[in-house]
Ligand binder design. Structure first.
Ligand code: FBP
Length: 553
């Protein structure tokens, strides 16, 4: 494999650890905190997790390691979408485990949770691990989206664990994967298997956070990567002065990624799905809101601009989500086949007209034909429209063009509107981790081993005080059940980790709201540039603006 100079240099980077983890595994003691309770539905969650519920939060300190000394065999999986820093979680875990005892073993199960079920694994060695230090991606063992949730799967995992003498499994994943980690931990405890389960908070979406988990890893690098490119586009827009750029960014339902990129780059417009839902904005309202900025800027001679759109925007538009629900119903079962068998679009339109309510038909009729078709093309394995595949950046720019056309007819707008479209998602998920993510992830992995060695199960590896220098970070663990509530999923009540959406009274959104009117009309772009790995700490170790604002920095 040919190695780039940066990769070569990054191999040598020594990630920073929180002060209390720095003196080696023998000098880490544990402090037990208060008992915990779930964020809601305490009776139901405690009944579902009788062995792992209500445990105490814990923090590590400098001190004598009092954990039982025994050989450890640990399995690790990466679960879900890639996020920069995943390799470092594994490196931190490996280094701590080998520092405790060189005969300890780390098995990486390949391809995500399915690797555990298929017993598809690799034993980690120094040589192997060294090739992945401080690099992006999940290619060390691959990832996957198989859910570990059924009793049958748990039985197989138990057999695999027995075969390898595993005493712990580390699950590196998002809210769903860590929910499953909690369920697996409970199963392992209830069946006296002796297998501990520890989770690590991953996702570029930033929606796995709460009063204990300040940030999921990967969010920092991914948003910095997108912000770099958005800043470059802004500078291009401000140089050429002829295009409006409509930029969709990943992040699934929550708008954290869009908001962070907006805080970094100060575009003319950034939509926040959570606000759209709260204000019950229609597609026409959103288009008018953007068109207002286009018209006002045009009046000043600025026929260019930048709009950031969160991936999940359409789900938050009430009329659109009703339309999608009706389409899902309409195409469920054999009717879907009948629809697919129709050959031309005109025949399909008749079918749709007969099946949708009058209101949804009005919304449908408003959509450009390419979006109408997208709504009927791609379905997920459950037969639902995949909203993330709808080109909302093109949809919105088409609706803005309509709004501007009407304004032209009324003589209230005379400018030019030339939109260009972008989607940034995969570009940021495997970038070389920023120093922040490299340090944070390594610490999460190292810390996960400490939780294992002290015998904890059903805990999420927790590193906090993240806007301070790494030396002041606080390492510990929190029972996953503390973050859970009951939600309706697929027609059933399920215990799940509560997903964090953008809080409209939170500091990051408030800051954005206070400035966005100015940004919408003036050209206030900021250009964050590329992630820096070497140089002054003020440039290389900066956290996201979201984290800084949340922590009053
Ligand atoms: P996770 O929630 O698993 O971390 O995935 C994040 C994400 O990148 C979302 O932002 C995006 O909608 C989705 O994965 C894309 O999934 P896929 O990689 O399967 O195309």
């Amino acid at each position: 494999m040919k190695i780039s100079p940066l990769q070569e240099a990054r191999y040598e980077y020594q990630p920073k650890l929180p002060g209390m983890l720095k003196d080696g595994v023998d000098n880490i003691s544990v402090k037990t905190g208060a008992e915990t309770a779930s964020v809601a539905d305490q009776d139901k969650i405690s009944a579902l997790f009788p062995n792992t519920y209500g445990k105490c939060e814990i923090t590590f300190e400098k001190g004598n390691n009092t954990a039982e000394k025994k050989k450890q065999v640990v399995g690790v999986i990466l679960s879900g979408g890639q996020a920069p820093g995943g390799h470092n979680v594994i490196c931190g875990l490996y280094d701590a485990l080998k520092a405790a005892n060189k005969d300890n073993v780390l098995l990486g199960f390949k391809g995500g949770p399915s690797g555990l079920i298929e017993d598809n694994y690799i034993e980690m060695t120094d040589e192997f691990i060294d090739e992945y230090r401080n690099t992006g991606g999940f290619d060390i063992i691959g990832s996957g989206r198989t859910k570990l949730e059924t009793e049958h799967q748990f039985e197989i995992v138990t057999k695999v664990a027995k075969k390898h003498d595993l005493n712990a499994i580390v699950i590196i994943g998002g809210d769903d994967s860590n929910t499953n980690a909690a369920v697996l931990a409970e199963y392992m405890a209830a069946n006296n298997t002796g297998v501990q389960v520890i989770g690590c908070p991953k996702t570029i979406d930033g929606d796995l956070k709460n009063e204990d988990i300040e940030a999921s890893f990967g969010f920092d690098t991914a948003t910095k990567t997108y912000s770099e490119v958005i800043g470059n586009i802004e500078r291009d827009a401000n140089s050429a002065k002829k295009y409006w750029h409509f930029i969709k960014v990943m992040g699934r339902s929550a708008s954290h990624v869009a908001l962070e990129c907006a805080l970094e780059t100060q575009p003319n417009i950034c939509l926040i799905g959570e606000e759209v839902a709260e204000k019950k904005m229609s597609l026409a309202d959103i288009a008018d809101y953007i068109a207002d900025s286009v018209a006002k800027r045009s009046a000043e001679g600025d026929n260019f601009g930048v709009v950031i759109i969160p991936e999940g925007i359409v789900e938050f538009v009430p009329e659109f989500s009703t339309l999608i629900a009706e389409i899902n119903e309409l195409l469920a079962g054999p009717a879907g086949e009948d629809f697919n068998n129709l050959v031309d679009w005109a025949a399909k339109e008749h079918f749709i007209q007969d099946g949708l309510s009058a209101n949804s038909m009005k919304v449908f009729a408003l959509l450009p034909e390419f979006v109408q078709k997208q709504l009927f093309l791609e379905r997920d394995p459950h037969g639902n429209v995949q909203v993330s595949l709808i080109e909302s950046e093109k949809l919105l720019s088409a609706l803005v063009a309509d709004s501007l056309r009407r304004r032209k007819q009324h003589g209230t707008y005379h400018g030019k509107f030339s939109p260009l479209h972008h989607f940034f998602g995969y570009e940021g998920r495997c970038a070389f981790p920023s120093n922040f993510d490299a340090d944070y992830c390594y610490s999460l992995g190292y810390n996960a081993f400490m939780l294992i060695s002290y015998g904890y199960t059903g805990y999420l590896s927790k590193i906090s005080n993240l806007s301070a220098p790494a030396d002041e970070w606080v390492a510990g663990g929190m029972p996953i059940t503390k973050m859970m509530n009951i939600e309706r999923r697929n027609g059933k009540d399920k215990p799940v980790i509560r997903k964090a959406l953008v809080e409209l009274d939170g500091k990051p959104f408030t800051y954005f709201k206070e400035h966005r009117e100015e940004w919408a009309i003036e050209t206030c772009y900021t250009y964050p540039g590329a992630i820096q790995y070497y140089g002054p700490s003020s440039v290389c170790d900066i956290t996201t603006k979201t984290l800084a604002l949340e922590q009053g920095k």
